[in-house]
Design a protein around this ligand. Structure first.
Ligand code: PMP
Length: 403
């Protein structure tokens, strides 16, 4: 098959999900953003219910002003990597601040969260090493594994007994394995059983990396994520995360108590061979992190909204993917049903994420909402009344185990 033919058939898997006369779900244009929770789609005002903008900081005045000031003072971009062009003061300050937030001495900032996973996994592991990852891991973790060239062993999603079995089978090699899990999983919104995973990692002498992309600013007394909420910070070797969700910016990071994190700068291709974050991005992220620390009430608002939406959808009779979480996934019977529902919600002025195979675990089809502290109770009511118009489909046989 020719290169272009192969590309066309791979694209068709996603592109053929087009409703009659409707929008292409994976190509929606938000013509204008009106606020963290509203935008214009196809000329109509819609409530944005699938943004990962957990704390609603994309329009925070202080973050905007910090970004604008940096833009004026330092220009639009860094025009190269930190290795080639040098680090800006802002890069170093952001690294100090994110390390301080976690109470660990070492941090490294990457240009995106995707690159943080590629960069960390690829730097830590190589041919001859073993990576033991949750089967439902994000694409960036899978791609990092591929980049590393290490052996990859998947354990059953959120199944500590399976992780234990697989590490046991590795024997002495388990002592050099890197286990990778996520704080909140982005498809179903469920959390890793982290205390058990930390216990297992200790018993086998392995290292543990936790991706807190969806849990930073969301879980834990200070918003540090599931590691903090589960009380196991000292049992975790590396926390990776993104600035693109709760902090409303772009960029990724890794923090650790291990001094070896500093060596990653010399070996990590996704750190070395890409442009460093722009001054505006760094400045708005620094301010967003300060807001996250200063305003725990944002996290409280977020959870009030989660409670309202999760409770409302449950009362309407929907099957949800997990316990209350800022990521709420609604199972649909089939891909076609999910698409029809997605379109119906959009017609009712609500934008959510459509998730269908192959992007979903176990071949399920989902409507995914992500809730923001910036949603008003009225907006949540509006979302609920739109969902009330959807059929209360049952789970396809055999998929109850995924809930
Ligand atoms: N890890 C997880 C678990 C994610 O869900 C995402 C983004 N969806 C990333 C990493 C990548 O983050 P970024 O958007 O900053 O590249």
């Amino acid at each position: 098959m020719g290169l272009f033919d192969k590309l066309a058939s791979a694209a068709a898997v996603r592109r053929d999900v087009v409703s009659d006369g409707g929008l292409v779900p994976f190509g929606v244009t938000v013509e204008r953003l009106l606020s963290p929770t509203e935008g214009l789609v196809a000329g109509r005002r819609v409530i944005l219910g699938g943004t990962n903008n957990y704390l609603g900081l994309t329009f925070d005045q202080g973050c905007i002003e910090a970004g604008v000031a940096a833009l004026r003072a330092e220009g639009t971009g860094t025009t190269g990597s930190r290795m080639a062009n040098g680090s800006y003061a802002g890069h170093l300050a952001l690294e100090r601040e994110i390390a301080d937030f976690y109470g660990w001495p070492h941090a490294i900032v990457f240009s995106t969260g995707y690159l943080a996973n590629l960069g960390m996994i690829g730097a830590l592991a190589g041919p001859g090493d073993v990576l033991v990852i949750d089967g439902d891991s994000h694409a960036s973790i899978y791609d990092g594994c591929r980049l590393s060239g290490a052996e990859v062993i998947r354990f059953r999603h959120n199944n500590p007994a399976d992780l234990d079995r697989r590490l046991t089978r590795l024997g002495a090699q388990a002592r050099n394995a890197l286990v990778i899990v996520e704080g909140i999983y982005s498809m179903l919104g469920d959390q890793a059983p982290l205390a058990e995973i930390v216990d297992i990692k200790h018993r086998h002498g392995a290292l543990l990396m936790v991706d807190e992309a969806h849990s930073l600013g969301v879980l834990g007394e200070q918003g540090r994520g599931l590691c903090e909420a589960a009380g196991v910070m000292e049992g975790v070797d590396f926390v990776v995360g993104t600035f693109s969700k709760s902090l409303g910016g772009v960029g990724g990071f890794c923090v650790s108590a291990h001094a070896e994190l500093g060596l990653v700068r010399y070996t990590s291709r996704p750190y070395i061979f890409t442009a460093s974050p722009s001054p505006a991005t760094v400045a708005s992220t620094r301010e967003a992190l300060a807001v996250l620390r200063r305003q725990p009430q944002l996290r409280e608002r977020l959870w009030q909204n989660v409670t309202q939406l999760h409770g409302g959808l449950t009362a309407l009779g929907f099957v949800l993917g997990a316990a209350p979480s800022p990521v709420l996934a609604l199972m649909r019977e089939s891909r076609d049903q999910a698409l029809a529902d997605w379109q119906q919600l959009l017609d009712a002025g609500i934008y959510v994420n459509l998730m269908v195979p192959p992007a979903t675990p176990g071949g399920i089809s989902l409507l995914r909402c992500s809730i923001s502290a910036a949603h008003t109770p009225e907006q949540i009511k509006h979302i609920l009344s739109a969902f009330a118009g959807l059929p209360r489909a049952q789970l396809p046989t055999g998929q109850a185990a995924l809930v």
